[in-house]
Design a protein around this ligand. Sequence first.
Ligand SMILES: [Fe+2]
Length: 212
Amino acid sequence: MPSRVKPGRWRSEFLQLNSTHPPTTAVLKINMENTKMFMKRTKIIAALMLATAASIGNAAAEGGPSDMEIAHIAYTAGNLDIRYAHLALAKSDNPDVREFAELMIRDHTSVNDQALALLQKLGATPVDNATSQQLSANAKAKRDELAALDGAAFDRAYAENELGYHQFVNKTVETAFIPAADNKEFKSLLGSALAVFKIHEDHAEMMVKSLR
Ligand SMILES: [Fe+2]
């Protein structure tokens, strides 16, 4: 049985990261260190639990995010980035910002289509959950904030939001979702998606610098 992170704690770590969105590097670091420490502790607890047959049922019941919860969160995160991009195309005249937004729509649509194809093949349905809902609520607040800005102020805020968003999503995918994923094909898809999202993060970082 794979090691898992307890759902309550895992979710609070994730939401704490997102609530500081866009997170500062320091907050991100502290959160990731907490997560690593917690995951280490959880692995020990999981091993102890597995030592007794009677605990196996409990371990499964208290497992971390399931593949279908992860799929729902990742799909939601992709869709939210697509929505930010549509807002940028509606508001910005900056060619670099527009090019980045078009790339986000193209890449996240492609990754989400691949995820849907895999889910269809597996006969699985993503499971809505509190994390997906919180992610959507936070993004709605951020979209409202961005929509109130114009010109260079909008461009800077969009670029900074894209950088913070990708930093936080990428860290979560890399340190929580990929390790927790059970299905090999799903894990592999998360890995290839992460490679694309890391390119986005680098691109967003350059965009932030160029707009300063
Ligand atoms: Fe992206």
